[in-house]
Design a protein around this ligand. Structure first.
Ligand code: MOS
Length: 755
């Protein structure tokens, strides 16, 4: 079972998998296009839609005036309008929706709209916004013990600044939705969302309808990475608004350049740090101010600030800490969730601080990392005790299994013998908490039907987005029923079958939905077992098991197949359907004191990265990334290793080549795939090795198999520091800079800078 392949892979390679844009177009479908702001900040003086509205084939142009409910889509803070009213706050902000008989006509109409805007000052940088007092929400602060006293007790104190840039999600499937009017003014929307319930709620608010009149359906997403947690919503709401008002199907799919221009990205962070160490290299004090570039509205920023704080000390014990995040309001599209959810931005800073301290003290970085690794009964700055920490184990295993010592020596020798090429190495430990940091979100439901022919249909709140969560759900059900997976179907994710879903996010999809599913399957199983005992005059103490589509009593076959069992049970009027609810036990967090036990468990790992830099060209190639990762007891090694590899490469992309660039007017310069570079097959490390930590697994994880979606992205941070080490080997004048991504241009500057 643990080698079961992704059940979607056949459909994907044959092109038969259905995404939003693949749904057969219904008779009478209209096509929608967003008219968006050409200015990043300004007052709307006048918009003239008359010429566009007169164009043949244009059905209607919707603005905020056509909204029957509230013009409001903010999820956490109600600070974001669906359509701009009198002001615009970022370039690409939706102002109107053109609905026409074809997309070509809608595009022509867009050209005919005339807009007059009185320009206002544009802010694109977080610190600049902070200095002007532009904050999205009050700052959040985590404190442990007394940081001032910690610095007094430190033998060495170092300070510095860091910058990490944003990151474009670049899901293969762009944002899209398709809305259908149903009878009695009800409505159904197929959306490319990670959060069907938040889409449902937002449509309800904007249309002024009760939630039960709106059905959201998700088949699968062509990638999401957090970019569809909140930001699939506006397009679904727009399509729903038009479909509801016109009583016709309306389809709205963003083209790639519109998607890149109009949607938010990973938050860029500017940070200032101060780190204090004692003579034994123990980190005694750590203080950071994080300036998060939130964009023009809150979106998920307040939640993302939280995860930055939760991961600010990464895998290290820090005795005295003071960590503050400021969500700074700028005139960029609202930045949003991206794999790691603020965690990577937090971890980068402490790694940078350690690198800085090591350089100043002329000790190896790995030495400072090693002496500070977390162990059991250490406390995280948010009050949770460290339990079952694998931090030191994964670190030691990476060093021993991948010959860290020899590699270091080889690199030193190589660098002595070569002038054009220099190699660099880094170790990157990770510790990542699993659970939504917002405790009330940690719940899920599953609905299981056993049909009278023995086949099984399963609905959960999990959204399939390429991470193979549906395959894992299939495994859970097949495992519980002892049934061939071919008899089990995973249904679409739909708000009429599963209500009040949390988004599929925070790496929790498989755990939360899998546990709910397991519970539903177990209840059905118990019901069937009781029936078997009664029907066959067995004793309660007899052990009934289901295996290979058959029933076993005390490990002996009783010639009763699953199909026969179900058919018999059905005739006995036994319920063959079950709906179950799961909540993560034990977790809690008190925001008023910023302390608690927010995570079900942590995921641990360490990556060893080796890079070769071409010191004439400033280019680089990764020789190898070797990882020991804590999967718990992996329920599907193919899928889980695939998640580690994908996340690693995405992390390397963020750290080395993906350069989001806005000009001073707030216009996205890196607005296409020719100007925005993402890792391709030529830029992935030549060798990636992922070894599983040998462990008993984790009871709070589904089938003891730990969450795997986000944690490995942060292995990519090692890429930055490996390159930096290669630059140092070439240029003794090089001054440490923490300014990611480390693009070839920056490498070249670093190689040849002089004191
Ligand atoms: Mo994910 S970044 O929690 O959608």
């Amino acid at each position: 079972m643990s080698s079961m392949t992704n059940k979607d892979s056949n459909g994907h390679v044959r092109g038969t998998s259905l995404f939003v844009d693949d749904i057969n177009v219904r008779e009478g479908t209209l096509h929608a296009l967003v008219f968006d702001s050409p200015s990043a900040h300004g007052k709307i003086i006048k918009v003239d839609y008359s010429k566009a509205a007169e164009l043949a084939g244009v059905e209607q142009i919707f603005t905020y005036k056509d909204i029957p409910g509230e013009n409001q889509i903010g999820g956490i803070i109600p600070d974001e309008v669906l359509f701009a009213e009198n002001e615009v706050h970022f370039m690409g902000q939706p102002i109107a929706l053109i609905v026409a008989k074809s997309l070509a006509i809608a595009k022509k109409a867009k050209e005919l709209i005339k807009i007059e805007i009185e320009e206002l000052p544009v802010v694109t940088k977080a610190r600049e916004a902070f200095d002007k007092g532009l904050l999205i929400s009050p700052p959040r602060k985590f404190e442990l013990n007394d940081v001032a006293k910690g610095f007094e007790e430190s033998d060495y104190v170092f300070e510095g600044t860091t910058f990490t840039n944003g990151q474009e999600h670049l899901y293969l499937e762009t944002q899209g939705s398709y809305a259908f009017p149903l009878e009695n003014g009800n409505i159904k929307v197929v959306s490319s969302t990670q959060g069907p319930t938040s889409v449902q709620m937002t449509i309800a608010k904007v249309l002024g309808l009760a939630m039960h009149r709106i059905e959201i359906e998700v088949n699968r997403l062509g990638g999401a990475f957090g970019g569809k947690e909140d930001q699939a919503t506006p397009w679904a709401v727009m399509a729903a608004l038009a479909a509801y008002q016109l009583q016709k199907p309306v389809k709205l799919i963003l083209e790639r350049n519109d998607d890149m221009r109009m949607t938010g990205k990973r938050h860029p962070y500017e940070s200032t740090f101060k780190i204090g160490l004692n003579k034994d290299l123990k980190i005694i004090a750590f203080e950071v101010d994080y300036y998060q570039n939130s964009g023009a509205a809150a979106d998920l920023s307040p939640a993302i600030t939280e995860r930055t704080l939760f991961h600010a000390t990464n895998s290290y014990f820090v005795k005295n800490a003071k960590l503050t995040v400021y969500s700074c309001k700028t005139n960029l599209p609202p930045n949003t969730a991206f794999r790691g959810f603020g965690g990577p931005q937090g971890m980068y800073v402490i790694e940078a601080a350690i690198v800085k301290a090591a350089a100043e003290l002329q000790v190896p970085v790995s030495k400072i990392q090693e002496v500070n690794l977390l162990q059991d009964n250490d406390v995280f700055p948010y009050g949770q005790l460290v339990q079952n920490a694998a931090t030191k184990k994964v670190w030691q295993e990476v060093k021993s299994q991948f010959n860290w010592k020899e590699k270091q020596k080889e690199i030193t020798d190589f660098n002595k013998e070569n002038t054009q090429y220099k190699k660099g190495l880094s170790l990157m430990p990770i510790t990542f908490g699993i659970s939504f940091t917002n405790t009330p979100m940690n719940h899920a439901r599953a609905l299981v039907h056993i049909y009278q022919d023995g086949s099984v249909g399963i609905s959960t709140g999990a959204v399939e987005m390429g991470q193979s969560v549906n395959t894992k759900m299939l495994q859970v059900a097949a495992d519980t029923f002892g049934l061939n997976p071919d008899s089990i179907k995973i249904e679409t994710t739909n708000t009429t079958r599963i209500a009040n879903m949390s988004p599929t996010a925070a790496s929790t999809g498989a755990d939360l939905n899998g546990k709910a599913l397991q519970k539903a399957c177990n209840t059905l199983k118990t019901r069937l077992v009781n029936y078997i005992i009664a029907a066959n005059n067995l004793k309660d103490s007899d052990s009934i098991t289901f295996k290979d589509d058959e029933v076993y009593v005390n490990d002996r076959s009783i010639d009763l197949g699953w199909k026969q069992l179900i058919s018999d049970a059905f005739l006995q009027r036994i319920s063959l359907s079950e709906h179950a609810h799961y909540t993560t036990p034990e977790i809690h967090f008190d925001k008023s004191i910023e302390k608690g036990h927010p995570f079900a468990y942590h995921v641990y790992g360490t990556a060893l990265t080796v890079v070769t830099v071409d010191c004439i060209r400033g280019t680089y190639e990764f020789d190898s990334v070797e990882i020991v990762h804590d999967f718990g007891k992996s329920m599907n090694q193919g899928i889980d290793v695939g998640q580690v590899e994908g996340a690693l490469v995405q992390g390397i992309g963020w750290m080395t080549m993906e350069e989001i660039s806005y000009d001073s007017k707030g216009r996205l310069a890196s607005n296409s795939l020719s100007g925005y570079k993402v890792p391709d097959i030529f830029s992935v490390p030549k060798k990636v090795t992922v070894k599983a930590l040998d462990t008993e697994g984790e009871a709070m994880a589904i089938l003891k198999s730990k969450a795997v979606g986000e944690p490995p992205l942060m292995y990519g941070i090692g890429a930055y520091f490996a390159i930096q080490n290669a630059i140092k080997a070439f240029n003794p004048d090089y001054q440490l800079k923490f300014d990611a991504p480390m693009t070839p241009e920056k490498v070249l500057m670093g190689l040849y800078e002089r004191k």
